[in-house]
Design a protein around this ligand. Structure first.
Ligand code: GDP
Ligand code: MN
Length: 579
């Protein structure tokens, strides 16, 4: 019998004979018959492969969350924080605290659908490819029996408001009820999704902690996982994600990096839109009432969270955030008592190890964000006037510039880089490339992705203007030239005035339009060294442009669209002509 045939039989059997069982696996909750046929097939296929002891079809209800929370408290995975209402701490196995890029793959038949033509001898940094059948075989072996003794949760979720025209639906199968709780917070989990889905396409998400019972590995902190065998793999053409061995957010909440960025960038390619790693904020002019929406893409540690939560230091704008993940850990410290560290040990100010892991985070519903935009659940979305790229660039790069055109903006996005201290494998500081702030999240060949961006520019379309900002330029003593934080509103104000068509506030330079001297509101700031903040040192830009060219040649090669080379060439010539 073919595998396809077995799969079909299984679904058939359920219809004809069994009501609360799928094959011999009991269904603890939910009505299997109610699921659309193609979802039934998906569940049946992986139930057979992963051999859970039971199946639980989630409905996203309050009661369900309470039941699961209660179970996790009983087991010891969650501990209630007494000071707050409905707030819990969860300590992971200390070996499972990050995304694992080295174990992340995208599988297609054609290598160059997924990764660009990298220069020979150079290690590509824009995604890892594996051939589909090879990856399938690996997944097949790894996932066989991986849920033994555990419950398989079936989670229907919507990225975007349920039923909205821009929303996308996924179904995640997981053996982690912790993952279920987080998916409820970060996406919309609801019974209604089945009827909205009908016969339409959904993204298939499969996740396991990779710890079947009886467990082979010592479970630490009631957090089963299998760090040695982690894989996070994507089959974009099947809209399938398979993740093994980790409960960490970016590896296990498959709606996030895997679906909303990697798979969605492929869906966006196929359907003609952009799926990007950006925050969206709305700025309302308090005099005119006019609201402008801005999207920003910065590499990590460049101020996304601070920008989204900006407290303006000049009057004139009311700010609200439409979308952004909030990441941070909060601690209250009592001098006498100390606190409990992320490892569950007592911690005092003089302890030699850090209290919190730098990758700790909290997961809270967006609706609880104090400045969430009332339109954040609007099915129609919001119109974006400006896209802002940025980076942590201590020297050479001005506070803000506007790109000459959409194409030129795409070139600037492709060359985004940032000073990084985050990666443990790099000693000291290093300027790292993170094109479009999408480096770890590309779902297909980066050169083709650039072409897709360029293709957005079509007659009759009004595209956002593209800007680049740098809050981090320092003087010769290493002191920040710009106060940053709440004062960044002054830069956003200039950007908005440019979007409204004010031609009097910009001057042309080799890299783009710079603010005309005095055109950024500096009221009440004290001394700002404008000339240094906006200077373009010729040698710096010669080196920087050469380095960007080298990066594109090494990493993207013949996949770089010609117009990107043209803009780079033009920039080189203009810099050459500088005094
Ligand atoms: P994210 O990782 O991109 O969300 O960045 P965060 O908003 O968490 O900020 C990263 C680091 O940059 C933190 O240490 C912030 O204090 C710092 N930072 C954020 N915005 C600014 C700014 O405008 N100026 C300066 N000098 N530092 C900033
Ligand atoms: Mn952040």
């Amino acid at each position: 019998m073919t595998q396809q045939g077995e799969e079909d039989d299984m679904v058939y059997e359920v219809h004809e004979i069994v009501v609360q069982k799928l094959g011999h696996v009991p269904i603890l909750k939910g009505d299997f018959h109610y699921l659309p046929k193609h979802v039934q097939k998906f569940v049946a296929f992986y139930a057979q492969k992963c051999t859970p002891r039971a199946i639980y079809i989630c409905d996203g209800s309050h009661e369900e969350a309470e039941e699961i929370t209660h179970k996790l408290i009983e087991r010891g995975t969650l501990t209630k924080l007494k000071k707050y209402e409905n707030c819990y701490i969860c300590r992971t196995d200390p070996a499972d605290v990050a995304r694992v890029e080295a174990r992340t793959w995208i599988a297609t038949d054609d290598k160059y659908e997924t990764v660009p033509h990298v220069r020979q001898g150079v290690k590509g940094i824009l995604g890892q490819w594996k051939e589909t059948n090879e990856m399938k075989k690996e997944v097949d072996e790894l996932f066989s029996g991986c849920m033994a003794g555990r419950t398989m949760y079936v989670i229907p979720f919507s990225m975007g408001p349920v039923g909205g025209p821009l929303s996308k639906i996924g179904v995640q199968l997981t053996d982690s009820n912790y993952v279920l709780l987080c998916m409820r917070i970060m996406t919309r989990v609801s019974h209604d999704i089945w009827s909205v889905l009908g016969n339409n396409e959904f993204v298939k998400c499969l996740h396991t902690m990779g710890c079947p019972r009886p467990v082979q590995r010592k479970v630490i902190n009631h957090w089963p996982c299998n760090p040695e065998k982690i894989i996070i793999t994507h089959f974009p053409n099947e809209r399938l994600i398979c993740s093994f061995g980790s409960g960490y957010g970016g590896n296990s909440l498959l709606g996030k990096k895997c679906f909303a960025l990697r798979i969605a960038s492929v869906i966006a390619r196929d359907e003609g839109w952009l799926a990007e790693h950006m925050l969206i904020m709305g700025l309302t002019n308090t005099k005119t009432g006019k609201e402008t929406f801005i999207a920003a893409a910065f590499p990590s540690a460049c101020g996304k969270t601070n920008l989204a939560m900006i407290k303006p230091t000049i009057p004139g704008y009311e700010i609200r955030v439409v979308g952004k993940y909030f990441i941070e850990t909060l601690f209250t410290y009592n001098k006498h008592m100390g606190i409990t560290s992320w490892l569950g040990k007592r911690w005092k100010r003089d302890s030699p190890t850090p209290a919190a892991h730098p990758n700790s985070r909290f997961c809270a519903p967006a609706s609880q964000c104090p400045i969430i935009h009332p339109k954040w659940e609007d099915a129609e979305g919001v119109p974006i006037s400006a896209i802002i790229f940025g980076g942590r660039r201590p020297t050479g790069v001005p506070l803000v510039f506007e790109t000459f055109s959409w194409d030129h903006g795409v070139m600037v996005g492709a060359c985004v880089k940032s000073e990084s201290t985050a990666a443990a494998e790099f000693k000291g500081k290093k300027i790292m490339h993170d094109p479009m702030a999408m480096r770890p999240f590309m779902g297909y060949n980066f050169g083709k992705y650039l072409q897709h961006w360029l293709d957005m520019d079509q007659p009759g379309r009004k595209l956002p203007k593209i800007f680049h900002v740098n809050w981090f330029r320092v003087d010769e003593n290493g002191k920040f030239l710009w106060p940053g934080f709440g004062d960044n509103i002054r830069v956003l104000d200039w950007i908005i005035r440019r979007c409204e068509g004010d031609k009097s506030i910009a001057v042309e330079s080799p890299i783009g339009y710079l603010p005309k001297k005095g055109s950024i509101n500096l009221d009440g700031l004290g001394e700002i060294n404008w000339d240094e903040l906006f200077s373009l040192p010729k040698h710096y830009w010669e080196d920087d442009t050469r380095e960007s060219r080298r990066f594109l040649e090494d990493q993207v090669g013949c996949d770089v669209p010609q117009i990107i080379w043209d803009h780079l060439k033009s920039q080189e010539q203009k810099i050459q002509a500088m005094k």
